[in-house]
Design a protein around this ligand. Sequence first.
Ligand code: SER
Length: 885
Amino acid sequence: MTGVNEIRSAFLDYFNKNGHEVVESGPLVPRNDPTLMFANAGMNQFKNVFTGLEKRDYSRAVTSQKCVRAGGKHNDLDNVGYTARHHTFFEMLGNFSFGDYFKELAIELAWTLVTKEFGLSKDRLLVTVYAEDDQAFDLWKKIAGLSEDRIIRIATSDNFWSMGDTGPCGPCSEIFYDHGDHIWGGPPGSPEEDGDRFIEIWNLVFMQYEQTEAERLDLPRPSIDTGMGIERIAAVMQGVHNNYDIDLFKALISASENATGVDAEGAALASHRVIADHLRSSSFLIADGVLPSNEGRGYVLRRIMRRGMRHAHLLGAADPLMHKLVPALVREMGRAYPELVRAEDLIAETLKLEETRFRKTLERGLGLLDGATADLSAGGQLDGETAFKLYDTYGFPLDLTQDALRARDISVDVDGFGAAMERQKAEARAAWSGSGGAATETVWFALKEKHGATDFLGYETETAEGVVAGLVADDAETDGLAAGQSGFVILNQTPFYGESGGQVGDTGLMIAPGVRVKVTNTQKKADGLFVHSVTVEEGELKAGLALELKVDHARRTAIRSNHSATHLVHEALREVLGTHVAQKGSLVSPERLRFDFSHQKPMDDAELATVETFANEIILQNAPVETRLMAVDDAIEAGAMALFGEKYGEEVRVVSMGTALHGDKAGKPYSLELCGGTHVRRTGDIGLVKIVSEGAVAAGVRRVEALTGSEARAYLDAQDKRMRDIAGLLKTGADEAPARIAQLVEERKRLEKELADARKKLAMGGGEAGAAPVKEVGGFKVMARTVEGINPKDLKGMADEAKAQLGSGVVVLINVAEDGKAAIVTAVTKDLTDKVSAVDLVRIGSEALGGRGGGGRPDMAQAGGPDGAKADAAVSAIEAHLGGL
Ligand code: SER
C-alpha cells in the first residue's frame, strides 16, 4: 500500500469509514473565492461552510484536493526542480469537521492513521503545537503518548494557518517525520530546523477564527481542517527522501527520459524534474479551463509552460516535448481525476501549440541572453532593460530569465525590469490619449492599465465571487455607488460574458451582505476589460468589496442555444447554398438568432426547409461541443470558418460540433468556427432550431432569423393554434384545410367574375333595367351612363361595345368607386372623329369631376377625378359641349 494511488484511496477510505463524506476535489480556479488565484489548500472549497454562510448535508468530509502554488500568497514556482519538496502542483489529502469534532478526535484520527494504517514508527514522529495551545499539547501527550520533548511549542506564524489575508484561520499542529541522522537538520524550532532531516507531513488546523479585513471573528463553531501533501507521505512510505523519487514522478520522468533519450542524472536531473512538475500543473490547469494568455491566470500558466519548455530545450529535445508526456500523466492520474481523461486532447494540443510557438523565439532569446551575460560572473546582475526586451520581444517571462541564469548564480535587476515595463505602458498611454478617444474610453483604458484584463470565468461557470476593482459613474472613476445609483463596475474576475462576436452581454445579480446590485448589461472595453452596467438596489458598492456574482441562468442558457444554433445554421447554409455563403453579421440574443450572409437571391422554401433539416440533424446527434485553442493559421487551415477582415490574436478558440452526414465532408467535423462565445455542452441541448424569416438586408446579403428550444416550441405552438382556429372557421379538420381554402378561393374567383359580368351587363343596359338610354344632342347620338363597382379596366371594353351598339355616336361612361373617386371614359365612333374628339370630351368631364387632364386618342380617351358625386354634372357638361358644336 505505498503507491500514490493506493495511498490516496487508503486515506479517503479510512476517513469515510470514520463517518466522513468523500467529496470531489474543488476546481483549481476557485469559484467561491475572489481573493485566490488558484486553489492552494483542501479547505478552499469549504470556506463558506466554515464561516456558516453555506450549509451542507454532512458535517465531516474528506478530500484529495488539486492545488497549485504558483502565484498569490503561496508561490513555489522559483524553487521547483532544485529542492526536494517544492511543486507548482500537488495533491493535498485532508479531513474536515464543520463544527462536528474538534482537537481531540482530530488528533486521535490522525495519529491512528499514520501509526496504524500507514504503519509509521512512533519513534520517527514528533509534533509541533502553537505556543499558547496547552490543550493541544496535553492531547498529544495523552493520545499519542509522546514525551514532552517531542511536542514542540512554536510561537511563530508557522503554527498559525491562514489561507490568505482574509478567511478562516486558526492555530495548527504539525506532524513531522524524521528521515534519519544521515541527513543534516534539526527538529522544528531548533537552529538547524531548515535542514532536510525533519519533514512536515501533516498539518492539523484548529479552525477557530475568521479573519476579515477589519478584525478577527470567532467562527460559529470550532472546526477542523487538515492537510497532508500526498507527495511527502508517499516519499516517507516509499523510503525515499526526495518527493521526485516517488513512483508517480518516476513514471513521468521515465517518460521524459524516453522521449528525449537523456537520462535523469547530473545536470539533466533538475530539468526532468521541472518538466514533470510543470507538466502536472499545466495539464491540470488546462483541464480546469485555464488557457495560456498574457494576463492573470492564463499568464501564470504560460509562465509555467514556458519554464518547462526551456528545460525541454536544455535537454536537447529537437521537437516539442511536453505534449508527448500527457499520456503518461493520464495513465498515472486519470483514474483519480477523470477531468484529465476528458481534456486529454485539449491538454496535448495546447501544450504542443505553445511549445511550437515559443520555440520560434526561444533560441534567439537565449542567444541574446548569452550575449548580454557573457561578461558577467557569479554574483553578477543582468540589467532590467535586457530582461524586459526578452519579455517583450522573445516571450521570456521574468522567472524564466531568472531560472536560466540561476545555474550561473546571476540575478536580474527586477526593479529595472519593472521600470522598463512602466515606461512602455506610459508610451502606450500617451499614444492613446493622443488618439482622441471619448472621455469614457479613456477611463476604461486607465482602468485596464491599473487592474489588467478581467479574468473571464464564464466558459466554466455562471456563478463565482469577484472583488470590485473600480467603479465608474458619469464618465469618471468614483469611490462608491449608493443605493439607487447606476454606473459601471470592474471586477478582478467575472462569469458575466461581455458583449462580443454578436453575442449580447450577460445580465444578473451581484450580492454581498446588505448589498444587492442588478447587472443590466456587460460589455468589453479596452481589450479585455469587462464592464458591468449596474444599478445598486440595496447597500453601497465600494472598491475592494467581495461580491457573489450570479449570471441570469435561464437567459444565458437561451443565449448558449442560440449561439450554437447559429454555427449549425451557418454550416447548413453553406451545405445547401454553397461555400460562397460567408457570415456578414450576426446577433445572438436570448430570444432569437439573426444571421446575415452573402447570397445573391432569395432562398426558396425547399432550400429553407433543407437548411433547417440539416441543422436539426446535428442537434439530434447530441454531439459534444468542443472548444480548443489553436494557432490562427492552423485553425484556418483545418477549415475553421473565420470572419474576413476580423482581427484575431495569434491564438484563437475554435468551437467544433457534430459530424457531417452528407457530401465530401461526411464523417468529418460538421461545424468548425473561430469563436469566443459561450455554447451548449451538447448539441442536443439546443432542442430544436426553427427558421422563422428570410429576407434581404443589402445587395447580395440575406438575413435569416431563427428560434431555438422553448422559443421555437412556443412559436410552433402558436402556429398550431392558428391552424386549429382556421380549421375551426372552415369547419373541417386541419389536414383538409388547405384543399378547402383552395376550393374557397376558386369559388370566390368564379363569383367575382360572375358579379363583374352581371354589373357590366347592367351598365350596358342589359338585364331588367332595359337598354341604356340614347339621347340626340347637337346631332349626335349620345349614350351616357354612370355606373358603380365596375373594374376600371373593363370600362374601355364596355365603351367599345356601346360604340358597336350605337353604330355612330358618342359614349360617356363614368364609374364611381367605393371610395367616391370617379373614372371616366369617352368614346367617339370613327365616322365622327373629325367633328368631335374623345380627348376634348374627357377633359371636360374630368374637370367637372374635380380632376385635370386625361388622355387618349380621338376615338377613345380616359381620365379620373376625385369627386364621383359630380358624375351627372360631368355628363351635362359634355352634353352642353356637344350641343354647342
Ligand atoms: N489548510 C492547511 C494547509 O494548507 C491544512 O489543510 O496546510
